[in-house]
Write a protein that binds this ligand. Structure first.
Ligand code: GAL
Length: 420
């Protein structure tokens, strides 16, 4: 008898617990909220995101958007916060993640994302196949790409270049000639902000592209190009030489701080992804008047690409609202409102060109004509663990300037990551 009563009590308690869980779950789902997680806090990127929020709110009045941002370029801080939330079973409704290895080798591989093929059912032909490929795994699509960014761009202060009769350098040799002339005039040639080491990783990746060419660079990620080849060694040495022309306080600044040095005329150039264009415009600068651009030295004809995407984590607290968000991200209207401010081009092929400025139109033309290579620093080329190993080696390289030691670490990282 006693035993029975005990069993009844357990069953009763279990029932109450299940009901409570169900209520909390339904309660969250019914809440009129949407939490979007990203690292877009700087000029240009914050404005772009706000444009998509505007569209969402017009289409879904009454849903409160929680703009959950963690500052720090390339997600240098956001990614760790996201990881602890995901591991703790507390995902946001949707989060920013780069297309390619960053998405597929981490959250998809861990079984933490919902496939979202249904979002694409009627709009598949609006996306390039190459883009769909890098957001897919085992035949399913896992995120919505809102843009395409270019990482290999050299930005320069047009007034300074005019004042000193300079022309944007095409090759690395020309870069050093221009840099020397600027130095002689007392102007710091290159602005760098590698408080987050990714900025230096990205600079190195552009030099690798210049020295190895598009195919040689792509081969680094498949094992076809050896990390101890002459081209890689040359790139590392050249990278060290470039650092000699950068601002002394580079490790105290973020990428936008470096872009600001160019605006202020304290430095003449910076090599940065085209989110810098969004930053310049947010500071009221006009493309081709106040600032100019060129492919980073030696990379003409190659487009070093990455894409920001948003996915649907399993257990998104407001799943229905998150699906509506993904629809905005996937729409032509959403992308055409976001990208002109962000400094990126739409990932859809049907963007309205007339809404994009002269730089972005040139990026669109290059994206369709150039060789496309995946960015290392922004999750497209290598798995997150490989990128971490390279980044650690670059941190030492920037301070110690020891090319052989860095190359040995790169070789080791490739061995571990390609399982050679
Ligand atoms: C990149 C991201 C860009 C931009 C940049 C600086 O990783 O793809 O959208 O935000 O970081 O934060």
């Amino acid at each position: 008898m006693k035993k029975r009563k005990g069993l009844h009590l357990i069953a009763y308690l279990l029932g109450v617990a299940m009901l409570l869980t169900a209520f909390t779950f339904c309660g969250k789902q019914a809440e009129k909220k949407l939490e979007i997680f990203s690292w877009w806090t700087a000029g240009g990127e914050a404005e772009g995101l706000a444009e998509m929020f505007k569209i969402y709110s017009n289409e879904n009045p009454g849903i409160e958007i929680v703009n959950a941002t963690v500052a720090g370029g390339a997600g240098e801080n956001a990614k760790a916060v996201l990881a602890s939330r995901m591991q703790g079973g507390n995902p946001p409704d949707s989060f920013q993640v780069h297309a390619g290895h960053e998405l597929i080798d981490s959250w998809v591989a861990a079984g933490k994302m919902e496939p979202i093929d249904f979002i694409f059912s009627n709009i598949m032909e609006s996306y390039p196949k190459g883009v769909i490929d890098i957001i897919s795994s085992k035949g399913h699509i896992y995120s919505v790409p809102v843009n395409i960014h270019r990482a290999n761009v050299l930005w320069y202060n047009k007034k300074l270049f005019k004042k000193y009769g300079l022309k944007a350098p095409d090759s690395l040799d020309e870069f050093f000639t221009v840099a020397q002339k600027l130095k002689a005039k007392g102007v710091t040639p290159l602005a760098l902000g590698d408080k987050g080491i990714w900025s230096s990783v990205q600079l190195l990746e552009t030099v690798l592209i210049a020295k190895l060419g598009a195919n040689g660079y792509k081969g680094l990620w498949t094992g076809d190009t050896a990390w101890d080849s002459a081209g890689v060694k040359d790139a590392i040495k050249t990278f060290i030489k470039i650092l000699g022309y950068a601002n002394n306080n580079h490790n105290a600044l973020e990428w936008d701080g470096a872009a600001q040095l160019v605006i202020d005329g304290k430095c003449a150039m910076t090599v940065m992804g085209d989110w810098a264009e969004g930053y310049f415009k947010a500071k009221n600068l006009t493309p081709d008047v106040d600032f100019g651009w060129a492919p980073s030295p030696g990379t003409k004809g190659t487009f070093d690409a990455l894409s920001d995407t948003f996915g649907l984590p399993i257990g998104a607290p407001h799943r229905a609202n998150a699906v509506k968000w993904l629809m905005v991200c996937a729409s032509k209207e959403g992308q055409d409102a976001f990208n002109p401010k962000k400094g990126s081009i739409p990932s859809r092929i049907d963007g309205d060109k007339s809404l994009y400025d002269v730089y972005l139109q040139s990026a669109m033309a290059d994206f369709s004509a150039n060789d496309i290579v995946p960015s290392l620093a922004h999750g497209a080329a290598a798995s997150p663990s490989w990128l971490t190993m390279i980044s650690d080696a670059v941190t030492l390289l920037v301070t110690e300037k020891n090319a052989d030691k860095a190359d040995a670490s790169f070789v080791d990282a490739a061995k571990k990551s390609l399982k050679m």
